[in-house]
Design a protein around this ligand. Sequence first.
Ligand SMILES: [Zn+2]
Length: 365
Amino acid sequence: MPSTRSNFLSLAATAMVAAAGFFSLAGPVHAADGKLDFYWVDVEGGAATLVVTPEGESVLIDSGSAGGRDPGRIVAAAKQAGLKKLDYFILTHFHLDHFGGIAEVAQQLPVGVVYDKGIPDADPDHNPNDTRFPLMIKPYREMKVGERRVIHAGDVLPLRPGAGQSKLKLWCLGANQQFVSPADNAPATPAADCAGAKSKGKDTSDNANSVVMLLEYGDFRLFIAGDLTWDVEARLACPVNVAGAVDVYQVTHHGLAVSSNPLLVRALDPVVSIMSNGTQKGCEAETFATLSALPSLQAKYQIHRNLRTDAENNTAPDYIANLEKECAGNFIKLSVAPDSRSYVVSIPATGHQRKFATRTVRLPK
Ligand SMILES: [Zn+2]
């Protein structure tokens, strides 16, 4: 019947127009593959983690430092991912190696919603003699973005869940040292472990206030907590394991030994660790030992080779994105399969890639 045929044609045309619109927004790379992708951009000892959802939405968590290099690498990674804008930016805390790059990124790519803990008026580390902060934060405060929101424990990003088989959820476990209430079935950490744990003293810097995020896609789980520090980390493990076991641990605070409290890292029980370190920053001996001692861990990735004299604190060269000081700024990529049952970690510039099975047992041993 002619009317049915013309209806069909107009439907097909509508679908094509919709598809074209989608591609122009999200780029062809992620529009239809159903994968969840992460890019750890090399920001030389800062942090910048780009997430691209199966629906083509994007979230940047932290943005490296100002000054061209880091924003340029972030924008390059975004373009490689087929993005023409960043839908969300999450700032974990108010240190330059995390907030510094986003104002320059925002000049090159539209940024939608910015989440942070609320911009402080004075030095976030509470040093009354340090008066630089208002000037340092000015570009961040004044950058043009779609919207600004203050993030709190329990907040869930309004990402499109997608029509695929795996459900996507990016949510905030804590900020400003306030954490979500643990689930009723959250496993207890042995009381003796908690009671006997080492303290590293109260941290009055903004590191301790870092935003803690958990990303879940089907069975896959990834933990990312900015520069959260030792004694606050313990609260996510004691008396109960708040986050539960994960597949991937973004090593907190670049691998500095004031973070990655073994209580928390053992509670997370990760299979893969990814460290955003610099040639001289992070990847410290104590952290490296904590990671190496984890029975669950199958692979340790580093953005940079540690080029200090303690060269023994390095993973195998294949698992390092940038081996030399004068580097190309290679990123580490992780792609979760549409069914969430496996994921591939790769360093596209070197050709390294390795596939991992998403864990099925969620309670740590
Ligand atoms: Zn940092």
